[in-house]
Design a protein around this ligand. Structure first.
Ligand SMILES: NC(=O)c1ccc[n+]([C@@H]2O[C@H](COP(=O)([O-])OP(=O)(O)OC[C@H]3O[C@@H](n4cnc5c(N)ncnc54)[C@H](OP(=O)(O)O)[C@@H]3O)[C@@H](O)[C@H]2O)c1
Length: 327
């Protein structure tokens, strides 16, 4: 496919891929590993992750550069635990592919954090993961974040954040459309933040992978039993579906490009709703709040050594003495 457009080597790079055990995610992991990156495979089910790793090694991947970490995007606690582990192992992360996703979840269900299942699994969980890994990405010479969206984001109505988790907003397809629009808006909003705070070594773009023959519609009976057997006739293979995300993660052609939506490894037109910068920033601020990331000015935990009052007074007296301020 677009192999000639990619950097031939990702040696020395550290990559993180969500939903890494099947479909497009598995193929993204495979290609990054074959190009010598160290890849953290974030999977919600470790057993499925191990099975995927075995498959990847059978495809020629280097097992020592495939690391499985449990990360269930429908749980903020699981995401935070995963980030803690990643930060124990790595100072720098160069590539983050926010790939995991669900579609046509058959019933209205809230996550443990109180959000509609598509909204958190596809969007809000990735927002928290991205924000939490940003400090490590900012230490990279050139870090890239890739959000897997979908052309179906075009079908989304304007996102009403005040009602996003409510039952009356639910349907078989609409929550998916909205979450995929949010993936595009996230890339635009974070790019705006980068411009404001002078971050010029991290980029974030979103993409449509094509119509790809994967397990994505596994919960939608009509698609699973009637359409899926014929999908191979018109749909891309997962390897083909991985190419636009890989292009955004690796190609020198997109160096410095951020906040854009891609399809078939080229910039494409997004839903005009995603071009509303105020709405993008509202979504960003809402997400900070829901992920409890907004507490810059709140009381936080200090090193327990700082709670030793005697030591604090000793330090104070010592400082008075050294500064010749003793009475
Ligand atoms: N296939 C297409 O035609 C198509 C078109 C447009 C966009 N996309 C996008 O491409 C991305 C990949 O989809 P795919 O087609 O490869 O689908 P897939 O084969 O169903 O793979 C989805 C992956 O996401 C994981 N996942 C789902 N919920 C999760 C959660 N709460 N926490 C962590 N991981 C979770 C799945 O884990 P389990 O295996 O444990 O369920 C699986 O590894 C999605 O974002 C999708 O929206 C796909």
């Amino acid at each position: 496919m677009t192999g000639d457009k990619l950097e031939s080597s990702a040696r020395g790079k550290v990559a993180v891929v969500t939903g890494a055990n099947t479909g497009i995610g598995l193929e993204i992991v495979r290609e990054l590993n074959l190009r010598n990156a160290k890849v953290y495979m974030l999977c919600r089910d470790e057993k499925r992750g191990q099975e995927a790793k075995t498959v990847l090694v059978g495809m020629g991947c280097d097992a020592s550069r495939l690391l499985i970490e449990r990360c269930d995007l429908s749980s903020f606690e699981s995401i935070r635990n995963c980030v803690r582990t990643l930060m124990d192992y790595e100072k720098t992360i160069d590539i983050l592919v926010n790939n995991a996703g669900i579609m046509c979840y058959p019933k209205y269900e809230m996550t443990i954090d109180g959000h509609e299942m598509h909204w958190q699994s596809n969007y809000l969980g990735h927002f928290l993961l991205t924000e939490s890994l940003l400090p490590a990405m900012k230490t990279s010479t050139a870090a890239r974040i890739v959000n897997l969206s979908s052309a179906l984001h075009m079908k989304s109505d304007r996102i009403d954040l005040s009602q996003i988790d409510e039952k009356k907003q639910f349907g078989l397809f609409k929550p998916y459309y909205r979450s995929k629009l949010a993936n595009v808006m996230h890339a635009r909003a974070l790019t705006q933040r980068f411009r404001e705070d002078g971050t010029n070594n991290v980029t974030i773009n979103s993409c449509h992978p094509g119509v790809v023959n994967t397990e994505l519609s596994r919960r939608f009976v009509i698609a699973r039993y009637i359409a899926r057997p014929f999908m191979w006739l018109f749909a891309k293979t997962p390897r083909e579906g991985a190419q636009t995300a890989l292009y955004l993660a690796l190609s020198k052609n997109v160096y410095g490009i951020s906040g854009k939506y891609f399809s078939d490894s080229a910039i494409a037109s997004e839903n005009p709703l995603a071009l509303d910068d105020d709405a993008c920033q509202d979504l960003y601020n809402y997400s900070l709040e829901k992920c409890l990331l907004q507490n810059d000015s709140a009381i936080a935990s200090e090193n327990p050594l700082a709670l030793d009052d005697d030591a604090c007074q000793d330090l104070y007296n010592y400082s008075l003495e050294k500064c010749l301020l003793q009475k």
